[in-house]
Design a protein around this ligand. Structure first.
Ligand code: BEZ
Length: 328
């Protein structure tokens, strides 16, 4: 018996009417933590413009950058209740709620930005998104990213030994905290907008950061030692509230999904293209630069693996996908 045979004539009529209804005009809201000058925010604006154009002006998306709607934890709560429609989120907050995502922050999972881009476009990474509706009430549309993570410090640092006991700013999430705890540093969670002042007033000694943010926010003015370590990638995810998604028409879902994916993918391209140029920009500044690779962090990586191989079942799968990328 087909599903249709089970429907009463009234139900069939209601279903037909619902399917025939034109999509309802909506003004969606999209929140993110980055300021207007950041590529993530620019991509959100371009996405909003495209949705407006492709829906013939029917739908619009208002963008709320720079934590205007609260921090990521607060935005996730709003997404879960349907008070917020969409967001571009660091995986940081997602991994606090769905620990399996912590695998994306395995130290030296990838060695450089090109490998990070390839891994975020892999099936292994995209399969993780399937957990979001059930685990977090979110629909994960696709990944973007920022640059590879580095360390900037107020006093010179050649490796983890020079960071022992130092108050080192981290984005507030557990995999990164566990990594720095294992190095002997004192990880200090602070959201991005609070970092400049915390460096300026001596609240922190060092920061975990990417080249792009170091340049945009001029962190080198307050900490003039850069340790190029490339120790982690920094994925971002574009999400839609599950509550909002379930009430969207098929056409609206397709429009939002295709357009958001395109602009998130453009963010990956952007960071991939600018990474080495930004490294050169930083090398041209009057700051001290050191380099440290995986071997310098070997002991911390071992400790991290012990904790996170128990917390994230997807770690072996992601490591394999990364190994395949490295061998190609
Ligand atoms: C950070 O917390 O370091 C960060 C967040 C978003 C974009 C770039 C950096």
């Amino acid at each position: 018996m087909s599903i249709k045979c089970l429907l009463t004539p009234v139900m069939t009529g209601a279903l037909a009417l619902a399917m025939a209804l034109p999509a309802q005009a909506r003004d969606f809201r999209l929140g993110l933590i980055t300021p207007p000058s950041h590529k993530w925010t620019q991509a959100a604006v371009a996405f909003a413009d495209e949705v407006k154009e492709q829906s013939g002006g029917e739908h619009s998306i208002s963008i709320f950058p720079a934590q205007q709607l609260g921090n990521e934890a607060q935005m996730v709560q709003q997404l879960q209740t349907g008070a917020l429609d969409m967001a571009f989120l660091t995986i940081a907050e997602i991994s606090n709620r769905v620990p399996d995502f912590g695998a994306l922050y395995a130290p030296y999972l990838v060695d450089n930005i090109d490998q990070a881009a390839a891994l975020l476009r892999s099936d292994a990474a995209n399969d993780l998104l399937n957990q979001l509706p059930a685990e977090a009430g979110l629909v994960g549309v696709g990944y973007g990213m920022a640059g590879m993570r580095q360390v900037m410090s107020r006093s010179p640092a050649k490796g983890p030994d020079d960071l022992v006991g130092k108050k080192l700013r981290i984005t507030p999430f557990e995999p990164l905290r566990d990594f720095y705890m294992a190095t002997g540093a004192a990880p200090t969670p602070l959201p991005l907008p609070a970092v400049y002042d915390a460096l300026a007033n001596g609240q922190i000694d060092a920061i975990d950061m990417d080249f792009d943010s170091i340049l945009i926010f001029k962190f080198y003015e307050r900490a003039d030692n850069l340790l190029i370590s490339n120790h982690m990638m920094f994925p971002m995810v574009g999400v839609v509230s599950g509550r909002v998604w379930k009430d969207l028409s098929k056409e609206d879902r397709q429009l939002l999904q295709a357009s958001m994916r395109k602009h998130l993918d453009g963010v990956i391209d952007h960071f991939q293209q600018q990474e080495s140029q930004q490294e050169q920009q930083l090398r041209a500044l009057d700051i001290t630069i050191e380099e440290a690779g995986r071997e310098t962090f070997a002991a911390a990586i071992d400790d991290w693996e012990k904790i996170w191989s128990a917390k994230s079942k997807s770690l072996p799968n992601l490591r394999q996908a990364a190994a395949d990328i490295k061998s190609n």
